[in-house]
Design a protein around this ligand. Structure first.
Ligand code: 5CA
Length: 444
């Protein structure tokens, strides 16, 4: 993408309304624009990151055998009357009346809708287990929307719903989700710790939240340092192996790790003092097992092997996809701007032309651009007629991991420069081998 043909509305000034760094950087780098409190338009750069996160989330769900669907944003209120949550949800639920005077709502979550789909089409244990998930915009009329996409009113969420014939199988679904989530966060380059959680209006008595440690997090968390040493790495997971899946979950949930809502000072004090830690955290996901809470009230029964009818066992499992964009920036930035991890970067590399208008430099840049595109990379080419300082500042701000710097002096000597955004180190590379070198560096 040639930058002069792109839409990258960089802000020169620090937006005064942004209290935390991720919000400030998202506005400054032209990723989002607020349309009203807690509601944003996603501009090209922001949308690219959002879509990359979504893709990783989808891949990990499919790897575990979970099935994608898409449910609407607008839901009929009748289903929520059936579950009893229409009043419980209170003012957080945005209610709208259609032209026939029918009460509708903008979905804050989808337990009711998915239970209705289930009861319409599935009635036997033979069709179980099943997990259906979707990634869709949600609306919660938060009292205090703040911190940009971190606590929006409209936000993008992955929500998955598991249906099982008994508790044992439902806990396996819960455990599968725990592992898919851990793997998703690892692929995003984030350390997210599973913590025992409260269930809130979703209900049920079995829940974990996943928290990314960051000073700007909204929750106070208490944990045993040993939980931060755990990782899945590249190990193969056989999601059909119930015992293996349960063993992995046990390893990750055994060390003490809780948010302020479930914190138990007595238990915490039993951890050796040198491992006892407390910090702020951003909640980037939550999983729930709630049994028959919705299937019971909404009549989602299944016929069991002995012919009895019984409400299906359910769980729901969410990841805050749009919140993750903010969380990733909180975890990956410096005083100059964002530093994208390779897995979600909006572009793989940027070519910075230091002398726009110079025929040789322009030719070298376009040639490199073509070569790298042909090698399968997504490249941004800064071909603006701008001062070098402005170009460097913009590219440091938007945080593309590799900067390929092409200027007349280096070019005359047959070189270009390759800068890694994370450490700022620049390497001189012979132009003749330029694209080969770059392809290797970019793939490493
Ligand atoms: N139905 C269940 C799970 S499918 C559910 O709604 N869970 S939740 O309420 O915990 O939301 C799931 C995730 O969405 C949260 O962990 C959080 O990361 C994200 N989220 C929740 N509220 C907001 C919000 N106002 N702005 C941005 N992200 C949010």
């Amino acid at each position: 993408m040639y930058l002069t043909k792109y839409f990258l509305p960089i802000l020169k000034e620090n937006p005064s309304e942004a209290q935390i760094i991720s919000h400030r950087l998202m506005l400054r780098s032209g990723m989002i624009k607020q349309s009203s409190a807690g509601i944003y338009s996603w501009l090209p750069l922001g949308l690219k990151v959002l879509k990359k996160i979504e893709q990783i989330v989808v891949e990990e769900q499919i790897a575990a055998g979970h099935i994608p669907i898409l449910m609407p944003t607008i839901q009929p209120s009748e289903l929520w009357k059936e579950s009893g949550r229409l009043d419980d949800y209170g003012k957080e639920m945005l209610r709208v009346e259609d032209r026939h005077g029918r009460l509708m709502l903008y979905g804050p979550t989808n337990e009711e809708l998915v239970t209705d789909i289930f009861r319409t089409h599935i009635s036997s244990y033979k069709d179980l287990p099943k997990t259906l998930f979707h990634i869709q915009w949600k609306f919660r009329d938060e009292v205090r929307p703040r911190f940009g996409v971190m606590r929006g009113r409209e936000f993008f969420m992955k929500d998955g719903y598991s249906f099982d014939m008994d508790k044992d199988s439902a806990i396996h679904a819960y455990n599968r989700h725990m592992i898919t989530y851990l793997r998703t966060y690892e692929r995003l380059g984030l350390k997210a710790l599973p913590m025992k959680a409260d269930t809130g209006p979703i209900g049920g008595d079995y829940s974990h939240e996943f928290l990314v440690l960051a000073e700007t997090g909204e929750s106070q968390v208490f944990y045993d340092k040993s939980v931060t040493d755990l990782s899945l790495g590249n190990r193969h997971i056989d999601y059909s192996d119930q015992q293996d899946v349960a063993d992995i979950v046990k390893k990750f949930t055994q060390p003490y790790a809780r948010t302020d809502e479930t914190h138990d000072e007595n238990l915490f004090n039993k951890i050796p003092i040198e491992r006892r830690l407390s910090a702020r955290g951003i909640e980037v996901g939550q999983i729930f097992y709630f049994g028959t809470k919705y299937s019971n009230s909404m009549g989602a029964d299944i016929v069991m092997p002995n012919g009895d009818r019984t409400p299906v066992e359910m769980g729901s499992h969410g990841i805050g996809v749009s919140r993750l964009v903010g969380a990733l920036i909180e975890a990956n930035h410096d005083e100059l701007g964002i530093i994208w991890p390779a897995s979600v970067t909006p572009f793989d590399a940027v070519i910075i032309n230091l002398k726009q208008g110079d025929e040789q430099v322009e030719r070298a840049c376009s040639q490199l651009y073509e070569d790298l595109i042909l090698s399968g990379f997504d490249i941004l080419y800064d071909d603006r007629h701008e001062r070098v300082g402005v170009k460097f500042a913009t590219m440091d701000l938007i945080g593309i991991p590799w900067q390929i710097i092409v200027g007349p002096r280096d070019l005359a000597e047959g070189f270009l420069e390759l800068k890694f955004r994370a450490d700022g180190i620049r390497r001189r590379i012979p132009l003749g081998e330029g694209s080969d070198h770059l392809v290797k560096a970019l793939r490493a």
